[in-house]
Structure formats: C-alpha cells, structure tokens
Design a protein around this ligand. Structure first.
Ligand SMILES: *Cc1c(COP(=O)(O)O)cnc(C)c1O
Ligand SMILES: [Zn+2]
Length: 400
C-alpha cells in the first residue's frame, strides 16, 4: 500500500503514471547523453488529501501528532510498501544536541543528526533500501549503480541482505575501506578508469532492458524519496528547524531533505520550511556557482579530500538549485583545510567521527555565522551523512 499518485517532471511539468516510465522524463531526456546534469528528473507526488485524512485519524488514535510513531509517518510518504523492504534495518538515527560546540560558537541550539550510524555507515542506505524494495516489487534481481563509494557500499549491503545482485561501477580512486565494503558483501565491482562521471555513464550503458534496475543517483526518482526519510525523521524528532546544514555533491540529499518538508507542507502538517545551508568543497562547487549565477557550468577540476562530494557534473543540479530558492537557502564553499579542521573539532568536541564530506557541514556553518548569514539564535541541525572510519586515509590529525 502506498499513496503515490504520479511522477512529475521537474523541468517541463509533464505528469506520468507509476509504472508508465522508470527513470527520466522521456520528453526532456530525449537527446540526453552523460556529461550534463540530468534533464527531466522526476518528482514523486502523493495523494496529499488522502494522507491528510489519515494523519487526522492517526492524531485521534494516538492522542496528538506528537505521539504518532515514526513508522506511521514514514509509511504515509513512501512510494513502496515496507512489506518489500530488505531485512537490514535503515535509518531511525539519533538526533542530539551538540552543547559544547554550541557554546563555543555562541549558538542557541545546535543539533547533530548522525546518519553515519546507518548499517553501511552512511545516509546512502536510505536510498538503497528503497531501491531494493522497488526491485522486489518489480521482481527484478539485479541492481546497478555508479558510485564513488557510499552508494555502492550501501547497495551492496542491502542487496546482500535481500539476496539480490548488486553491480557496481566505481572510479579506481575510491577509498580502500569503501572498496572493501563493496567486495565483502559480494557485489560485482567494475573499476572504471576515470572519474565518477565516467562511472555514471558506464552504469547507464549497462542498464539495457527491464531485467536490471538502475540506482544511479537522481536518475531513479526513488533515490530522492529514499534520502527524504532523513528529513522526515528530523521533523519527527524536532519539528521544523530554522536551518539544516548538509554537504552537497550531486545535490540529491539537498533536494531530498527539502522534499521531506515540502511533502509535509503540501499535506498541511506544517506551514513553514526549514532553510537549507548547502556546503560544497571549493573545487567541486558546480551547484554553488549555478545558484549564485543562474547559469550552469561544470566544476573546473574536482580535487578534494571529501570524496563523497567530489563531483564535476552534479546529476541533480537543476532540482538542487530550485530547492535552494524555494527554501530561502544558501550554498557556499569550504576549503579542504577548513574541512579537516572541522573533522577534528567534531571528533574531539562532540565525539562524532564524521567523513570529510560530513565535516564540511561544520566548516560551512562557521563560515555562514562569520558572514552573518545565519543568526546565532537559530535552531540549527548539522546532517552528518557518513562515518569517519570509511576514509581514515583522509584524516589529518591535529595535535593539541
Ligand atoms: C553521497 C554523499 C554526500 C553527497 O550527497 P549528494 O546527494 O550527492 O549531494 C554527502 N555525504 C556523504 C557521506 C555521501 O555519501
Ligand atoms: Zn520533462
């Protein structure tokens, strides 16, 4: 059972029934070739009136919105029934106050959503869980994915749990721990000479016919719906924060967190949206410059120690910029030095060992505070997307 009503193209607005198409809007992607941001990414829309009725019933049953269990909330906004979910649980990660860091920067309320505690160590498990569920719904036994690491690790783990086959196309330079994760879960690993963008193209070429499902980020709309659950959990744990700070590579997490609150607003459960502070590595800043200038161009030469946000051509650039505008958000750049410093700070002052990509959130927050982009009395959530143990080679230890 799902309340999905249809797919809508974010570029042209055309609408499609579920199972009519699988990936991009056929009109907008007619001439698409890898090497540009995806045209015609699909947004999943729900029967919001129906969900509102059920929400009202749930309020009566549980004695108020605050007492409705998370599983009920997630069920309302999932495109695939949880009956199809693989048996390895995902999400429901903790949200807690970072009091010491808040004190250090004079902040009223700083929270950490620790998604590095997912089974394969990153937020990507949320998308992989849903893609495996979709494969099971369709009776498909093979899922292909291009990834610099985390999406592949999570797909490998979720497929292993469900008895499906994961086929991975990864650039050769992925961090060793991530390659080990992929291999120990017995996924098929194809190393691609070149960049993540080359791996993306290789995975698309492999997706020939209906016997394989493609989990490339933003290419399948459920990659966005899956990552959205992190936003629904933040709502369940805290309500609507003023700001959510997150790392941006392809821009799927950004769109997905925004979409979580947008779905709640469309249903009438909330009235306001959180603002999003998107943080990119200086050398991988295509979405930031697109947001600033209104004109898309590739990042010149992605070369950052934060491998999970190292992207030349972000797949979901168009939607990411729409989400930033709609949420009154901001996108900014941080240097690798700032990322390393924040990684040390998060670990030594909050006890949170975060991947470099995730550490970029604290670096970006410090920059935004220094430039008065965010008031210090705001309620702020840092989304820690991946665990630091995934890439110890990137760590630059600071000595106190
Ligand atoms: C993939 C990933 C990101 C970036 O997410 P996008 O959707 O590509 O913007 C950030 N942090 C971690 C740990 C990731 O694995
Ligand atoms: Zn379209």
């Amino acid at each position: 059972m799902s309340y999905l009503s249809l797919f809508r193209c974010i570029s042209c607005g055309r609408e499609y029934a579920r199972d009519e198409i699988r990936y991009l809007c056929p009109e907008c992607s007619r001439d698409y070739k890898p090497g540009i941001p995806l045209p015609g990414v699909l947004e999943v829309l729900y029967d919001y009136d129906k969900i509102r009725q059920i929400w009202e019933n749930l309020k009566a049953i549980y004695g108020g919105a605050d007492h409705i269990p998370l599983t009920e909330l997630l069920r309302l906004f999932s495109p695939v029934s949880s009956l199809h979910f693989p048996p390895l649980p995902v999400g429901n990660t903790p949200l807690f106050k970072a009091a010491s860091l808040a004190g250090k920067y004079g902040l009223g309320q700083l929270w950490i959503k620790y998604d590095g505690l997912n089974p394969s160590g990153s937020l990507k498990d949320r998308a992989s869980q849903l893609m495996v569920a979709e494969a099971r719904r369709l009776g498909i036994s093979r899922i292909v994915c291009a990834s610099t690491g985390n999406a592949a690790c999570s797909l490998a783990a979720q497929c292993a749990a469900a008895g499906l086959k994961a086929v991975i196309f990864a650039p050769e330079f992925a961090p060793p721990a991530k390659l080990t994760q992929i291999m120990i879960h017995k996924a098929e690993l194809n190393k691609v000479k070149g960049t993540y963008d080359d791996a993306f193209a290789a995975a698309l070429a492999y997706t020939d016919g209906d016997e394989v499902l493609n989990r490339n980020t933003a290419y399948h709309p459920y990659t966005i719906e899956g990552k959205k659950t992190a936003g629904l959990e933040i709502f369940h744990q805290l309500g609507v924060p003023d700001w959510i700070v997150l790392p941006t590579g392809d821009g799927v997490i950004l769109s997905a967190i925004h979409k979580a609150f947008l779905d709640l607003k469309r249903t009438g459960i909330i009235n306001t949206l959180p603002r999003i502070l998107s943080v990119q590595a200086e050398s991988s800043d295509a979405i930031t410059s697109y947001w600033e200038s209104g004109v898309y161009r590739d990042a010149a030469q992605p070369a950052t120690l934060a491998d999970s946000i190292s992207v030349k051509t972000p797949s979901n650039a168009h939607w990411a910029v729409l989400a930033l505008k709609e949420s009154g958000g901001i996108s900014l750049r941080v240097t690798d030095r700032e990322i390393s410093r924040s990684q040390n700070e998060l670990a030594s002052e909050a006890g949170v060992f975060a991947e470099p990509s995730s550490s970029a959130t604290l670096a970006g927050l410090k920059k935004a505070l220094a430039q008065n982009m965010i008031p210090s009395d705001a309620q702020i959530v840092l989304l820690i997307t991946g665990h630091g143990l995934k890439d110890i080679g990137a760590v630059k230890l600071e000595h106190s």
